[in-house]
Design a binder for this molecule. Structure first.
Ligand code: 4AD
Ligand code: MG
Length: 464
């Protein structure tokens, strides 16, 4: 019995003369007079393995009738040097088994190129296409790189809850989690829904960020990171927003904003480098078929230092810009995606770290600067994407944090444990959040964030 091998392994290491078995899905079949070419892909690599199935193979005629694009098969045979251009080896089949057919009339993924929009409507089949295949391999490599990066630096991976009672970002974009009967929820005397009678005894939500819990863990383990799903009920139908997305949030005790910026920069460089090394074919594919600046961008990230400017300087640059923006620019207003892209894409042509934003437009937990107007925030802006990382040094001084919470009308009782961190052994600390799908978008050049997560959750869409 020949051992079953993955196609990536064969393409890289397979030697002529070896007998092997492969399993996978047929991408194409080309019938010649006395044999057929069957290209099989098992998801391990962009390229499939070409098998030559001749008339001598037992059951040849019947099997080949049943083998169409999309069918699942097992082929055994001998590896031989391939006479064809662009492939080192091919499989001379000695047996073929068909597991499942795919009807040529009704299987949606026929040879022609499909739009990404159409592919989203068949999210159960699109992983079998070249582009989505490359996307999910690169996504996997990015996730591996994330863990490698932090583990090499002795950061503890902490698991923060998905169900929470606090709105970490204070942006009010929360999904409620309830076990109440929505037709007849219990009500208070004044007629409001009585969440005290709900499952958790108070209103609970899906988390928008693991940061506050990561801060708790950093106060014991010094350096930690989260890597998990987060949820935001923002009704923005853009190419960069999801209702469910994955976030990586490192949190470091004994660390100020400079250390935070350094970590963010070396982190992005590390992930790009790792993906280029481990997924060269996929990255080449993106460069050829999706966006011809992908490799240049990766090179630029790895080899150039990120630009660092303050929000105040960024506003001055935007006001001077030789460009008309849809949204107004003035000190105090938040940067819109078009402004972020102008800075990173047009002006500096590389990632830009903008720091020290006005305190009114940033979250309550950010550390106040002495000017009384700004906080120690940092956003990393990337060409094509805009904001890819948001972070800050945290307010570690109890009185100033209490004052900020009051400004934002956040009741101190609801956050007693967060305030306790400032009562007991408080230290300067900082961290950031990287949107994982935005990273994959940036890496691959994919235009729409819905095409870098297997099952995108967006307004009006949760089919698969
Ligand atoms: O800037 P944000 O809101 O920061 C936080 O949540 C902090 N608690 C992070 C921290 O300091 N630990 O979100 C962080 C990143 C953004 O920069 C963006 O890349 C991504 O999360 N993000 C989204 N990605 C996809 N869809 C959405 N709706 C996103 N909202 C934010
Ligand atoms: Mg942000």
């Amino acid at each position: 019995m020949a051992t079953t091998r993955r196609i990536l392994d064969l393409l890289r290491n397979g030697q002529p003369g070896e007998t092997v078995t492969i399993q996978g899905w047929v991408r194409t079949k080309r019938d010649q007079k006395e044999f057929s070419f069957v290209e099989v892909n098992d998801g391990s690599s962009l390229a499939g393995l070409q098998a030559v199935v001749s008339q001598d193979v037992p059951g040849y005629a019947d099997a080949l009738k049943r083998v169409n694009t999309g069918a699942s098969v097992e082929l055994s045979g001998t590896l031989v040097e391939s006479p064809a251009k662009g492939q080192r080896i091919e499989l001379k089949a000695e047996s073929i088994t068909v597991f499942g057919e795919a009807d040529a009339e009704t299987y949606p993924l026929q040879k022609k190129r499909h739009s990404f929009e159409f592919l989203r409507s068949i999210a159960h089949l699109r992983p079998r296409t070249n582009t989505l295949g490359s996307v999910f391999r690169v996504r996997n490599a990015c996730a591996t790189a994330v863990h490698n990066f932090f583990q090499e630096r002795n950061f503890l991976w902490v698991h923060t809850p998905l169900i929470t009672a606090s709105d970490a970002e204070g942006a009010g974009e929360l999904f409620t989690v309830t076990s109440m009967n929505l037709d007849t929820p219990p009500r208070t005397k004044s007629g409001e829904v009585d969440f005290a009678q709900d499952f958790f005894g108070k209103r609970a939500f899906l988390t928008v960020s693991g940061q506050l819990e990561a801060e708790i863990m950093a106060m014991a383990f010094t350096n930690v990171y989260t890597f998990g799903p987060t949820f935001r009920a923002e009704n923005s139908n853009t190419s960069r927003h999801l209702a469910e997305f994955w976030m990586i949030e490192p949190e470091m005790a004994f660390c100020a904003l400079d250390g935070n910026m350094e970590l963010a920069e070396s982190f992005l460089k590390y992930v790009f480098k790792y993906v280029l090394e481990t997924c060269p074919e996929d990255m080449e594919f993106f460069n050829q078929r999706i966006d011809n600046t992908v490799l240049e961008t990766a090179d630029n990230i790895i080899n150039n230092e990120f630009e660092r400017i303050t929000y105040t300087d960024a506003i001055a640059l935007l006001e001077k810009a030789d460009k008309t923006f849809e949204f107004p620019v003035s000190w105090g207003l938040d940067l819109q995606s078009e402004h972020e892209r102008y800075l990173a894409e047009d002006l500096f042509k590389k990632p830009v770290i903008v720091t020290d934003y006005p305190k009114e437009i940033k979250a309550f937990y950010m550390r106040q600067n002495d000017d009384g107007k700004t906080v120690r925030a940092m956003d990393v802006l990337a060409p094509r994407i805009g904001e890819i990382i948001g972070g800050s040094q945290r307010e570690e001084r109890l009185d100033l944090l209490e004052q900020r919470m009051a400004d934002f009308h956040i009741p101190a009782e609801s956050m007693w444990w967060y305030l306790d961190l400032r009562r007991f052994g408080t230290v300067p600390h900082a961290g950031f959040g990287l949107g994982f799908e935005r990273l994959v978008q940036f890496m691959t050049g994919m235009q729409n964030i819905r095409d870098v997560i297997p099952f995108p959750r967006t307004p009006q869409s949760a089919e698969f």
